[in-house]
Design a protein around this ligand. Structure first.
Ligand code: FO1
Length: 347
């Protein structure tokens, strides 16, 4: 069955297959296309009205006078069932007439903004100019798009992910899109993180969650900015929910994107063991791919439980299956009281 046929359920009761939706409050830390694919599956197995996504905003960029929040929008479009299925970002069937026209005016066109996608950026920028916060703006966009789940920007403050490369410092989107991740990464930092705070909605969601999942996102560039916010690590450690991460690194490399290079730049091995070390002390368990089964014993020695399964999100069925396995596994931790007591590496 194709992704398009298996749409995101609007009803909180059942998904398209007749499977009963799990009635749990699930919180996902997310950023990028991998996270959106995972959440797409999650929204089919868990009641979407109880699903909260805490989205990275370190990737936000201002272009053509517009405030663009790619990770938030990728999640919203995916949950609304309108995401471009090939690219994973942007809107299905979008056109690029405005961008072409901007190009003719001599403006930069390296960041592909579709005509329909531009409506979101115009709307967000206008509301911000009126003094509204990112959380309220996102809630309004989600409602207009018919998204049942709650998508929360990680903060109402301003955090910018900067990539230090051998060719100089680059804002994330310039490194990722304009320079196609080609410059060698030396370091990644999150400007403004120390002076920003997680929104009250974010802290409340973490506190009241039944299960917390760190999506298969770039640990450094997508999850790093969330964890860099003062108070987030404390909130995660204090939360009663089991905490599970899904490794985005498979077979010692990124499935897509620069996660592996960024892990190396930050001193972590670019594989599932590196991911385990990065999240150690924050999570109870790590989901790894079957290709990484040989790495399982090393991860267990770090005090983490491990679920070995197929993590490649190549079809609607795989997205649903991974989400279901992850949540069912996380639920077993409630009984076991096996929360990690180790000091986190990150905070
Ligand atoms: N990714 C690209 O590789 N090229 C683009 O031109 C591009 C444009 C774009 C526009 C809106 C949007 O919401 C996302 C867009 N992305 C593009 C994806 C984005 O760079 C990445 O998904 C994330 O920032 C990485 O987490």
């Amino acid at each position: 069955m194709t992704d398009r046929m298996k749409g995101i359920p609007r009803s909180p009761r059942m998904d398209g297959s007749g499977m009963k939706a799990m009635q749990i409050r699930c919180v996902v830390l997310a950023g990028g296309v991998g996270a959106a694919k995972f959440v797409e599956g999650l929204a089919r197995v868990a009641d979407p009205s109880r699903l909260t996504i805490i989205s990275n905003t370190g990737d936000d960029v201002e272009l053509h006078g517009l405030w663009i929040s790619p990770d938030v929008d990728t999640m919203l479009y995916t949950l609304a069932g309108i995401a471009d299925p090939d690219k994973g970002w942007g809107i299905r069937g979008d056109t690029f007439e405005t961008l072409d026209a901007l190009g003719r005016l001599g403006e930069e066109t390296w960041f592909w903004l579709g005509d329909r996608d531009l409506a979101t950026h115009l709307f967000r920028t206008r509301l911000r100019a009126e003094g509204r916060m990112a959380t309220a703006i996102t809630r309004r966009i989600a409602k207009r798009l018919g998204v049942c789940a709650t998508v929360l920007p990680m903060t109402d403050g301003s955090v910018r992910t900067m990539v230090r490369t051998t060719q100089g410092d680059l804002p994330f989107q310039e490194y990722f899109v304009k320079h196609a991740c080609l410059p060698d990464v030396v370091d990644v930092r999150f400007e403004g993180a120390e002076s920003s705070v997680p929104s009250p909605d974010v802290l409340r969601a973490i506190e009241s969650a039944d299960v917390i999942v760190i999506a298969p996102s770039n640990p450094i560039a997508s999850i790093g900015p969330i964890l860099a916010l003062p108070g987030i690590c404390h909130a995660l450690k204090s939360a009663r929910a089991p905490k599970i991460a899904v490794s985005p690194l498979v077979g010692g490399r990124s499935i897509k994107g620069p996660s592996d290079r960024m892990m190396s730049a930050k001193g972590f091995s670019p594989d599932a063991i590196g991911v385990a070390n990065y999240y150690r002390g924050l999570i109870d368990g790590l989901v790894i791919d079957r290709l990484d089964v040989a790495r399982e014993p090393s991860i267990r020695t770090l005090g983490l439980d491990v679920l070995v399964t197929d993590t490649l999100l190549t079809s609607a069925d795989r997205k649903t299956a991974l989400a279901k396995e992850t949540i069912e596994w996380a639920n077993t931790f409630h009984d076991q009281h096996r929360h990690s007591r180790q000091k986190p590496v990150l905070c």
